[in-house]
Design a protein around this ligand. Sequence first.
Ligand SMILES: NC(=O)c1ccc[n+]([C@@H]2O[C@H](COP(=O)([O-])OP(=O)(O)OC[C@H]3O[C@@H](n4cnc5c(N)ncnc54)[C@H](OP(=O)(O)O)[C@@H]3O)[C@@H](O)[C@H]2O)c1
Length: 322
Amino acid sequence: MKAIRFAQTGGPEVLEFVEVDTPEPGTGQVLVETAAVGLNFIDTYHRSGLYPLALPSGIGLEGAGVVVSVGVGVEAFAVGDRVAWTGVLGSYAQFHVHEVADLVSVPDGVTLETAAAVMLQGLTAQYLVDDTWPLEAGQRCLIHAGAGGVGLLLIQMAKAKGAEVFATVGNEAKGALASAAGADHVIEYTDVDFGDAVEALAGPRPLDVVYDGVGAQTFNRGLSLLRRRGLMATFGNASGPVPPVSPQELSANGSIFLTRPTLFDYIATREELAAKAGSLFEMLVTGSLDVRIGERIPLADASHAHELLEGRATTGKVLLIP
Ligand SMILES: NC(=O)c1ccc[n+]([C@@H]2O[C@H](COP(=O)([O-])OP(=O)(O)OC[C@H]3O[C@@H](n4cnc5c(N)ncnc54)[C@H](OP(=O)(O)O)[C@@H]3O)[C@@H](O)[C@H]2O)c1
């Protein structure tokens, strides 16, 4: 089978499309033929070495496909079942062996591509509005990179809660997507200081919560926009990691709460994963959540996909197709 591997950290060019043995499922495992792989920003952190992995390594955490064989003792899944996963390293591959506990069933009415598109970014948007800060009607939130994979889903979920959504985007076309997803105010932060724009619209320190996946370039200005006892949820580093913060800064900004969450602490048990994925799929089946698949790129061109993602040239979800 074909898969992407890398033996050293670096730019997109370190990703190699190689022939490897098709694995066989052991006890309690199943072999899945991958229909679509989800590209995520975390894949670039693994590749660059920002989040170190033991090398050589596979890459990619998310996908969906069909069970093609099952190991001894597997009762939960059978050949032909449609399944999806997140948090499984090595997902950039035609076939992958999975622990049963890592898989969820994809219901009728959700395509495998859509399932692959929402497992990581959708579950992230969901925990951010449900758990990290249970967003309430009338609250004001700021969502950076509003036309990105997480961004478009987060805007829709925040609007469904009745929040007032401020979204930042890198250009006008992305602004149109963020507006269509429901953002009340869209700010092109490459042209203007986003903080000035938020304050011009809503006055000083108007925000209850900032959802910041951009990191280094936006963190400090975001802190200055939070109301007393508001929350800074810094959940990513698209522009680089946030430098160390002194607790005193949180006090000086109005007893701000600061969290640096990761999805995998919100789906740490099989029960949590199944329940959260179930409610996410339900939103898709009922049409209350729309997923934009911005690009479908052959798995062989994974390095090109990384270039596009890091070059801010993508919108919504990028899928890699084996
Ligand atoms: N902690 C978690 O649980 C978790 C889970 C999923 C994702 N994340 C994080 O959430 C963020 C978004 O992830 P995603 O996969 O949905 O990616 P994405 O938003 O589709 O792509 C990243 C976007 O960030 C913006 N950006 C701003 N400055 C950038 C820069 N210097 N270089 C590259 N991009 C820049 C760009 O949008 P504009 O052009 O509009 O600025 C770009 O399109 C990432 O930081 C990711 O690590 C965290």
